[in-house]
Design a protein around this ligand. Sequence first.
Ligand code: MRU
Length: 364
Amino acid sequence: MKVNGKPYRSIWLAPDGERVEIIDQTRLPHEFHVAVLATLDDAARAIRDMQVRGAPLIGATAAYGVCLGLRDGAADRDMERIGAVLTACRPTAVNLRWAVERMRSVLLPLPEEERLAAAYREAAAICDEDVAVNEAIGNHGLQLIEEAWERKGRQGPVRILTHCNAGWLATVDWGTALAPVYKAHEKGIPVFVWVDETRPRSQGAGLTAWELQAQGIEHRLIVDNAGGHLMQRGLVDLCIVGTDRTTATGDVCNKIGTYLKALAARDNGVPFYVALPGSTIDWRLHDGIREIPIEERGQEEVLLVRGKTESGALETVRIAPDATPAANPAFDVTPALLVDGLITERGICPASREGLARLYPEMA
Ligand code: MRU
């Protein structure tokens, strides 16, 4: 995607061919800053502190984190330590484990002296594949937007509600939930996006709104509690969200608040779709509510809000009494029965064991 007319990915290899550069997402939307990752610790910190976030991008960063770690030693025990450091960074997005396991399976059979170069090749392949996979998700999801437009008699824009940021910033490029929106826009189908603010970290306000504005897509920011009301009023044609982990049975785990949107969508007959690459499917799990680990983040994310003052300064303010504690579960699980379909790189399927098995027979 382009930023000020210049094409960017969310992560890339630095010109020295060793270090890695990322767009620091903690500084958006107010500052566009490229951060350099030079060590395993830099990569782990970037994932933990959410300079990079979104399941596919966490996976891509972990792959490059393995490369950075291997620069200090490539023995089997180094591989173990590097994998352990990276997988401990965030517990919910399964792409983290997926990427580390893929790197291990490629690198461990190789002699030690060949591992570093092979790691860089594999990390680059993971990034390139992510871009292709997300573009395919966009092409498949486009069909849903076209159908919605036909249902409206081609009158007015297709109004899509999304939660959190599952756009290009959450992946290497294109995004998952937003990829169909970008494809529709490219094709000249009018689209309009309701952007959930996504408290507490405001990925909707800070990232999705920034992305959509940069691509010239009409959108409006709403507070997280507005979606149900808008659906009751007939102002939402389609919901599309992402997922950090999908069970073999089609339950999806996404940013906290997604479940409430799915409930409201079902109550109001609004189609609710989830966009995902195959790498977010955890084939070992069958019951999302019981089995998916939910990340609990620090309470300061709920108690403190950061923003730009009218004078242009960036400031942090407390929004609750000093002594008030907060809870901060970062994800929730939407059961498959509330999901109208899964948009994958291999096509759209029902959110069910059978639906996923049809698209991924080799995994099921
Ligand atoms: O905590 P975050 O910002 O990493 O959460 C991201 C999401 O919830 C996304 O919707 C999900 O990773 C899918 S990204 C294509």
